[in-house]
Design a protein around this ligand. Structure first.
Ligand SMILES: [Zn+2]
Length: 215
């Protein structure tokens, strides 16, 4: 009898997540992801920042590799039935080994975004993340942005971020110091912290302004 090849098993909560975000876009997608991230935190027993994304990837049976790409790629991800050419795994994330830790964690979180939003049980999935998005189709660009939404939401979950900011508002801190605190506490680059805050507040924030609570 032939063995039927399958992908590695995917937890039920991941399938539910995929079902809930399917077809959503833009701010609707962001809201839904922010709400559903709590399940991922609970399932992985994450009680406080920082969220260690490599551990979450491993819990989802990803093999993690650090490798040297020489074509401007900073990471790639596959979730397939058969091993990809030359790589001894059918579910893996590879990260450019010359990137620093903060960027590496971000890349892993981004790839998990594709896993939670764009993968399914049946179809082989492969994606590579270039350092710069050049010459990509509008459809691919949207997928990249969606994976980045997920990344920021996973690394800076509202559950932890809101009280963190609230505390600093009470101390009348400026965004300059708060963004630095977010970088240190959540292990994200400062520009990523700023982008997350601005997207949640729907406006730009200046370093010298007092911080304000998230809605
Ligand atoms: Zn991507």
């Amino acid at each position: 009898m032939d063995r039927i090849a399958t992908k590695r098993p995917t937890p039920e909560y991941v399938r539910r997540f995929r079902g809930r975000v399917e077809g959503l876009r833009g701010s609707e997608l962001q809201k839904k992801i922010d709400a559903e991230i709590n399940t991922i935190l609970d399932k992985n027993n994450v009680k406080k920042a920082p969220v260690f994304v490599p551990e979450i990837a491993e819990s989802l049976l990803f093999d993690l590799f650090f490798t040297q790409f020489n074509d401007g790629t900073i990471g790639d991800m596959a979730d397939t039935v058969e091993n990809m050419g030359g790589i001894d795994s059918n579910r893996y994330i590879r990260v450019e080994k010359r990137c620093d830790n903060l960027r590496s964690f971000g890349t892993i979180a981004h790839e998990l975004g594709h896993f939670f939003i764009h993968c399914n049980d049946a179809d082989a999935f492969y994606e590579r993340k270039p350092l710069f998005l050049l010459d990509v189709s509008p459809d691919d660009k949207e997928k990249e942005e969606q994976a980045d939404l997920f990344k920021d939401s996973l690394q800076m979950p509202l559950r932890f971020l809101k009280p963190f900011i609230k505390e600093r508002c009470a101390l009348r801190r400026t965004w300059r110091s708060v963004l630095q605190d977010i970088k240190d506490e959540f292990l994200v680059p400062r520009h990523t912290a700023r982008a997350r805050i601005e997207s949640l507040l729907h406006k730009a924030v200046c370093d010298d302004m007092l911080c304000e609570e998230l809605p």
